[in-house]
Write a protein that binds this ligand. Sequence first.
Ligand code: CO
Ligand code: CO
Ligand code: CO
Length: 319
Amino acid sequence: MKALPVQSHPDLIVGFSTSDDAGVVRLTPEIALIQTVDFFTPMVNDPHAFGRIAAVNALSDVYAMGGRPYTAMNLVCFPKKGMDIGILKEILSGGFEAISEAEAMLVGGHSVDDPEIKYGLSLTGLVHPNCIIANNGAKPGDMLVLTKPIGTGILATALKARLLPKEAESEAIFWMGTLNKKAAEAMQAAGASACTDITGFGLLGHALEMAIASKVTMEIWASKVPLLSHVMDMINMGMLPEGSGLNRQFCSKSVEIDQRVDAMLADCLADAQTSGGLLISIPEERLDPLLNELKTREVFHAIIGRVLGPSDGRIVVTP
Ligand code: CO
Ligand code: CO
Ligand code: CO
């Protein structure tokens, strides 16, 4: 396969090269435009919850850049025939709920006749060019903070297999539907060095992208990583999604997992997430201010590791 064409332009601040969550272009010395798009198939049965989760997930890529969502457009794939149009209305109302909470403007959208339902958003966000929080800013000595528990890929697999307890489903829907707005405001106020949201490549995959872009080694403390309840039970029952196995393969060369780390816990760390939290890299001296900003806004958080020295981008997982 030919590599994607890479553009360079004096106003292109963040492009393909750092595996960032969104592209960023300078419009004026004070304003940069963030652009991103994300959509996927339902992972939960409730159409309203799915719509909300898909929108929250797409919005995360603006938040992960330190930006504020400005305009949104719906992306819809839905069968013209054979399905209740009420389902589509529910999906769109769930999405609109998240867009409103994000204080963004819904300005339009596009739909395609497709037997397989898909929904998501195309987004434009704004950020001051000096306040962009990209993947490549993590520095040795930084601390790593995660703002949602992980394990939604494992729970979604169990849900499909009809093995997931109802309360675990509700918990997963709650977290996947939680907007990263307040987490982003907190990290912007405290001055983070780098950030990404945790989605399909899992915690280890996204941390690795950040480590490679920043040319550092990151240490993840496995026992400090917050898991959704029931995740370990479900992994015990063999509910590991295919994507998570691929993530472990992808990571294997650059991720070193200490032998004392439980193998099932290591699987969780690679679990493909839907609409996960932000992974924030913050200088140690600004950690307390960040924790205060998060507490004030009642944002869930856990300190899960730190940045070690410079390297070509590596992850070390310790117990
Ligand atoms: Co992202
Ligand atoms: Co994305
Ligand atoms: Co970022």
